[in-house]
Ligand binder design. Structure first.
Ligand code: PRP
Ligand code: URA
Length: 206
């Protein structure tokens, strides 16, 4: 499936400050929310709509409204920083949670929490800012599909080519939307140039 990389000038501008190592956690959270708003607009292009009639102060007219419920599933911890913009844009959204943590040495993700609503019929966004090896995203999407989702979009901020290839191989039906496609991974499986450990920068932990 397609990988869409945002090319709006504002997206690049926000990402530049997010990458900067001198950006404080407070500013980092705010930038994450602004950038996620742009990502969600792109990621929900495929949501179903229907035509209906309304009356403006001038005349009756045909309008298009959303006709499909949305769900978001942030991957803890870092994905939590992407929740607020989704709630603001889609107040009726259903929210599920998946907790995954990469092992420091192997970079293999271990699942430690999962609380998901029934996702059948819902247009579902998996939110995780970093797509590095792709192991976390692939596990999260498997869990999401186990709960009935058939239309899933992976939404991330920074993606590595290795993670994109891995996720496309594991879940070829899932499009990816990101704000950048970086050079690759270093020997610790961190994205290069990336922005470091997203969860640590979001929450001010070492
Ligand atoms: C980060 C990130 C992703 C994962 C990406 O989480 O938020 O979930 O790494 O790496 P991958 O593509 O190689 O699986 P991390 O495990 O550091 O947990 P945290 O969000 O709790 O810090
Ligand atoms: N997780 C992060 O937070 N950053 C990376 O570069 C890779 C995985």
């Amino acid at each position: 499936m397609a990988h869409h990389v945002l090319d709006h000038p504002l997206s690049g501008h926000l990402l530049a400050e997010l990458r900067d190592k001198s950006t404080t956690p407070d500013r980092f959270r705010s930038l994450t929310e602004s950038l996620t708003t742009l990502l969600i607009l792109q990621a929900t292009y495929g949501i179903r709509t229907k035509e209906t009639e309304i009356e403006t102060p001038i005349k009756m007219t045909t309008v298009k409204v959303l006709d499909q419920p949305l769900a978001i599933v942030p991957v803890l911890r870092a994905g939590l920083g992407m929740v607020q913009p989704a709630l603001r844009l889609f107040p009726d959204v259903a929210v599920g949670y998946i907790g995954l943590e990469r092992h420091e040495d192997t970079a293999i993700a271990r699942s430690y929490y999962s609380k998901l609503p029934r996702l059948g019929g819902r247009y579902t966004l998996c939110l995780d800012p970093m797509l590095a090896t792709g192991g976390s995203a692939a596990q999260a999407i498997s869990l999401i599909k186990d709960h009935g989702a058939t239309q899933v979009v992976m939404v991330c901020i920074v993606a590595a080519p290795e993670g994109v290839a891995y996720l496309q191989a594991k879940h070829p039906d899932v499009p990816i939307v990101s704000a950048s496609l970086d050079e690759g991974l270093n020997d610790r499986k961190y994205i290069v140039p990336g922005l470091g450990d997203f969860g640590d920068r979001l929450y001010g932990t070492p």
